[in-house]
Design a protein around this ligand. Structure first.
Ligand code: NAD
Ligand code: 89V
Length: 342
């Protein structure tokens, strides 16, 4: 079994640890958090006794195959570079970096050290999103010319993740990043992008609404829209809805994981709900299952010497969309050529 050390035992890391306990071929043997209370709580909850308040100490004392970095963005670069220097493979949570320069530096550090690097970009690993991708792969819709990836909610994310209310940048950096990555996963890389943003909730610092229009290399147009200021009759957090039109048919991933495919004169509606893993809880179970899926993917990649889907190099392209969206919104929706950025 590949042995991992987890850095950052906060809000979301508990999902990582539940999932690691079920992954085949890899697991967590040591924990690190600079907050001793959180460290001890996680150690007790998951039965892990090798505990460190300093990541360098953990890397020096343990024989690790990989580290799983689940801290917030500001610490990603020093921690990734530390692991690379120690010759240890790295998983890093999203958002990978606060700047493209930092993202490029982390990719370069891992390349120089010849260690695998995966960004924990898990939304594309959600079962409903994989189901949509399978329909595209089967060619049922023909040539895709239009798509929409949408996440609209009024769920209180700030109680579990208070830093989301105080960061200068909010929805694109935290949530839009997933939505943009799904758009790349479904429609391929983008050439041009333009965006608008708004802050509706005056109690937070950053933008909580964003609408992003992209022209993809394959000629498709997509719309990524996300909001934490949208009060709906049914709160759908954390569901991502998808609409796709192709030359032969259309697909709609609608509320409550219902996927409707219409092509060649027939219509089929499927339930593509995620599994409710035994440690998961609604409504987070969709995200929680995707954490297990991406961790299992990492273990399989280490075993087979394959590059992870969301490698550091791949994630530079998603990060480029994030920064392009902020640049466009700050400049009156200016069209940005994203190929020059990644
Ligand atoms: P958090 O603040 O609750 O936890 C972070 C933990 O890291 C804290 O306990 C902190 O003490 C520790 N830490 C920070 N710097 C450290 C260092 N240098 N060494 C050791 N420990 C350190 O944050 P969170 O809500 O758990 O989010 C963590 C990351 O996960 C963020 O980047 C967030 O965007 C991401 N996240 C991802 C998803 C997803 O679905 N992919 C969901 C939620 C959060
Ligand atoms: O997935 C995430 O990154 C979370 C949330 C779904 C709340 O936006 O921060």
């Amino acid at each position: 079994m590949r042995q991992g050390g987890l850095i950052g035992c906060g809000f979301f890391a508990h999902n990582h640890l539940h999932a690691w306990a079920e992954v085949e071929g890899a697991g967590i043997v040591a924990l690190c958090d600079r907050d001793e209370k959180r460290l001890k709580e996680a150690g007790e909850k998951f039965g892990i006794g090798r505990l460190y308040t300093d990541a360098a100490d953990m890397l020096a004392s343990e024989r690790l195959d990989f580290v799983d970095i689940a801290t917030t963005v500001a610490t990603h670069r020093p921690l990734v570079e530390l692991a690379a220097k120690a010759g240890v493979a790295v998983i890093c949570q999203k958002p990978f970096a606060e700047t493209l320069d930092n993202a490029r530096a982390m990719v370069a550090a891992c390349e120089r050290a010849r260690v695998p690097l995966m960004v924990h970009e898990n939304f594309r690993w959600q079962a409903p999103i994989r189901a949509v991708r399978q329909v595209l792969d089967e060619g049922t819709l023909g040539d895709v010319f239009w798509g929409r990836v949408s996440f609209r909610s009024a769920y209180d994310v700030f109680s579990g993740q208070p830093y989301l209310a105080t960061e200068e940048r909010f929805i694109i950096q935290d949530l839009g990043i997933h939505i943009l990555d799904i758009a790349r996963f479904l429609f391929g890389d983008a050439e041009r992008l333009s965006a608008t943003t708004r802050r509706v909730n005056s109690a937070i610092r950053g933008e909580d609404v964003a609408t992003i229009l992209m022209a993809h290399e394959n000629g498709a147009t997509s719309l990524c829209d996300c909001s934490y200021a949208t009060h709906l009759p049914e709160e759908l957090f954390p569901q991502t809805l998808v609409e796709i039109d192709g030359s032969k048919g259309s697909l709609r991933l609608s509320a409550n994981y219902r996927m409707t495919v219409h092509a060649d004169g027939w219509t089929q509606t499927l339930d593509v709900s995620p599994k409710l893993l035994n440690w998961a809880s609604r409504p987070w179970h969709n995200i929680q299952e995707s954490v297990f899926n991406i961790e299992q993917h990492w273990a399989d990649c280490l075993t087979n010497g394959r590059e992870p889907e969301t490698s550091g190099a791949d994630n530079l392209k998603t990060m480029a969309l994030v920064f392009a969206a902020y640049e466009s919104a700050a400049n009156g929706q200016k069209a940005i050529d994203v190929r020059r950025m990644a």
